[in-house]
Design a protein around this ligand. Structure first.
Ligand code: NDP
Ligand code: MG
Length: 384
């Protein structure tokens, strides 16, 4: 039986790589749903190539273009977020890959879990914003969430056969990004072009900036807490510039397991879609002789304040990580428009964390409101 996959965010970096995985494994997967936001041309080309049952363009003004281009094909075309929220619940969807960027992933992920669909989760922001709500809902609906993020996939792969064994701690590896070893004086002057050059990974713009500021690692710490049910003090970060060791788990007897390989997102995407079985694939093979040295160092929390802000938001709990995420999304978008400096992003996030009213046990509505309020304050900060 082929798995029928809904690819949310099919036009992005993860989305396009997921389609390559699906194309290479036609005996295992087929595309049931594709969704995109603004890239109508690529969505149309993907729809023609993969012949899904349904496509959704979330930017509603692009609907006519997509519908007309696909008129000759037996493909249903819908527009808007509400359409995404309903198509993830279709009987013909076996698994939902959440590869859209940012807060937009929250609602469709909830809808998919409510309908009992397994989730291959790339959209880490969902677990940062509402990790408790999402994991409780998944437990209630007996839905599995399979990590796509390479670090979390590494940990998940290390846990295979060990789910009954308590975890002592996990160690998330971070490449350190393009500005590893730099000081604040240097960061004061960096441009978006410099920040968009990641040493080891080709990714969407938002996560690439998050990687340069170490916010990505902060988001991943919170993502890991919820995915693996960990206490805050069980999560460590180590900088590993070669990005070969993708992350590690330490068990209660002291044994430390790591998962390794060349950086390539197709492996974790395929593992999440086809868990627990591995599929033969020609993903790049690692050769130790090309990497005589694998190195590890402490993250520099003084220079890269975002990682510390994320740890602090996790400690505070409640709606604090939701506020952190919203403020960061506004900050990154502003940085990408050259409206804010690299270091100012942390000032903006810290300001929002201080100002949004704290809610210890937020409901879904509270998260929606906290997100809105944080975005409003972030824009106010930018205009000040
Ligand atoms: P991209 O920016 O490359 O792609 C984002 C996708 O989301 C596109 O399909 C885009 O559509 C769609 N999208 C953008 N805005 C909205 C919106 N408001 N509503 C609905 N859909 C929207 O991002 P990535 O693929 O890099 O990242 C996707 C997710 O995966 C992120 O959460 C990221 O953190 C996570 N991730 C990514 C990794 C990577 O290697 N890239 C690694 C680990 C995690 P369109 O292009 O048509 O506008
Ligand atoms: Mg990652």
């Amino acid at each position: 039986m082929k798995k029928r996959v809904a690819v949310l965010g099919s036009t992005g970096s993860i989305g396009t790589q997921a389609l390559e995985v699906i194309q290479a494994q036609p005996q295992a997967f087929e595309v049931e749903v594709l969704t995109a936001h603004s890239n109508a041309d690529l969505l149309i080309a993907q729809a023609i190539a993969f012949q899904p049952n349904v496509v959704v363009i979330t930017k509603e003004e692009l609907y006519d273009q997509v519908r007309d281009a696909l008129a000759a094909h037996p493909i249903k075309v819908y527009a808007g977020m509400s359409a995404v929220n309903s198509v993830v619940q279709m009987d013909t969807v076996d698994i939902v890959l959440t590869a859209m960027v940012g807060y937009a992933g929250l609602q469709p992920t909830i809808k998919a879990i409510e309908a009992g669909k397994p989730i291959a989760l790339a959209n880490k922001e969902t677990l940062v914003v509402a990790g408790q709500l999402i994991t409780e809902l998944a437990r209630e609906k007996a839905v599995n969430i399979y990590p796509v993020d390479s670090e979390h996939s590494a940990i998940f792969q290390c846990l295979a056969g060990e789910f009954h064994n308590p975890i002592e701690k996990i160690i998330l590896t971070a490449s350190g990004g393009p500005f590893r070893g730099r000081d604040r004086a240097f960061l004061q002057t960096v441009t978006k072009a410099q920040a968009l050059k990641h040493p080891n990974w080709e990714m969407g713009a938002k996560i690439t900036i998050d990687s340069a500021s170490l916010m990505n690692k902060g988001l991943e710490v919170i993502e890991a807490k919820w995915l693996f049910g960990l206490r805050n003090d069980q999560i460590e970060v180590v900088v590993h510039p070669q990005s070969i060791v993708h992350s590690l788990v330490q068990f209660e007897d002291g044994s430390l397991k790591a998962q390794m390989g060349l950086p390539d997102m197709k492996l974790p995407i395929q593992y999440a879609l086809n868990y627990p079985n591995r599929l033969k694939a020609d993903f790049p093979r690692f050769n130790f002789l090309n990497y005589p040295q694998l190195t590890f160092e402490q993250p520099d929390l003084e220079t890269f304040r975002n990682l510390g802000l994320a740890f602090a938001a996790m400690e505070k709990g409640g709606n604090a990580p939701c506020v952190l995420n919203a403020a960061n999304e506004v900050a990154v978008a502003a940085f990408l428009r050259d409206e804010v400096g690299f270091l100012e992003m942390s000032d903006l996030i810290s300001d929002c964390l201080a100002k949004v009213a704290y809610i210890a046990s937020p409901s879904l509505d509270d998260y929606v409101e906290s997100d809105k309020e944080a975005r409003r304050l972030a824009l106010e900060h930018l205009q000040a």
